[in-house]
Design a binder for this molecule. Structure first.
Ligand code: G3P
Ligand code: MG
Length: 251
């Protein structure tokens, strides 16, 4: 695994959200390919597990919003998950696109040389088994030199990942920045704070940077807003539309 220092020295200012989810169905291999095609160098995707304990790339607990199926992914086997069409809901151009496994996503990321922010999205109550499975798979096949940062809204997942693979840098994911952010980041040994655009103020950015942490802001789709955050010292913005950022910003 590459070190925390290596990860952040290679991390660009623009990170594709769920691949490039404004341009292709989120969290699919097509979304990763689209991100790479338009020049994105790092992406964020979400990971959870199936009933038969396989790590798969999916944002919601239920497959309804992003496929032609319905019901909790945790109650479906990999075979059932792979029968779903995860592209048609977005557009006919992506008909037949599948929900990828973490293994498939990893192979595609490696092929495209895309760095990754992997967000662990456990179903509530399933945070430990989800994290254990993700860790097991990463140890098994994650390419040594491909940049990887793990983040989660779920603190149990962050701690468990820190225990299982302490070398992978971790990001503390939140909407609003908690008042005791410094204690939380220090206690969980997280290198970065990832927060939602609505809640970020310039003073907070300065304080977080001064304390030596990295700061990522999501989901920023307006280049003017991205420019503002980056000007304040935010390390990277996570966007559905990397293409807009590349067209408008002098990076
Ligand atoms: O990791 C940033 C962002 O993806 C967190 O929110 O709901 O899009 O996974 P969400
Ligand atoms: Mg996410």
């Amino acid at each position: 695994m590459i070190t925390e220092e290596d990860f952040f020295s290679r991390m660009p200012k623009i990170i594709g959200h769920r691949g490039a989810c404004g341009l292709a169905p989120e969290n699919t291999l097509a979304s990763l390919r689209k991100a790479a095609e338009i020049g994105t160098r790092f992406v964020e995707i979400d990971v959870t597990v199936t009933q038969d304990s396989v790590a798969v790339i999916q944002h919601d607990n239920d497959v309804r919003r992003c496929s032609n199926g319905s019901g909790p992914i945790l109650l479906k086997t990999l075979k059932e998950v792979q029968q779903l069409d995860a592209g048609s809901w977005f557009s006919d151009d992506f008909k037949g696109e599948k929900i990828p496994t973490l293994r498939q996503a990893t192979d595609t990321l490696a092929e495209l040389n895309l760095g990754l922010n992997l967000e662990i999205k456990p179903c509530s109550g399933w945070q430990i088994p989800t994290t254990e499975q993700v860790a097991k798979e990463l140890l098994d096949y994650w390419p040594e030199d491909l940049p990887l940062l793990i983040s989660s809204f779920n603190v149990d997942s962050l701690y468990e990942m820190g225990r299982l693979i302490p070398d992978i840098p971790r990001g503390y994911l939140t909407s609003a920045i908690p008042p005791d952010w410094e204690e939380r980041l220090t206690d969980s040994a997280c290198a970065s704070l990832h927060c939602e655009r609505y809640y970020v103020t310039e003073d907070q950015v300065k304080a977080i940077k001064k304390a030596g942490f990295r700061l990522l802001v999501y989901t920023v789709n307006d280049p003017k807003e991205a420019e503002k955050f980056l000007g304040w010292g935010v390390d990277a913005v996570i966007t559905d539309f990397p293409d807009r950022m590349f067209a408008a910003l002098d990076l």
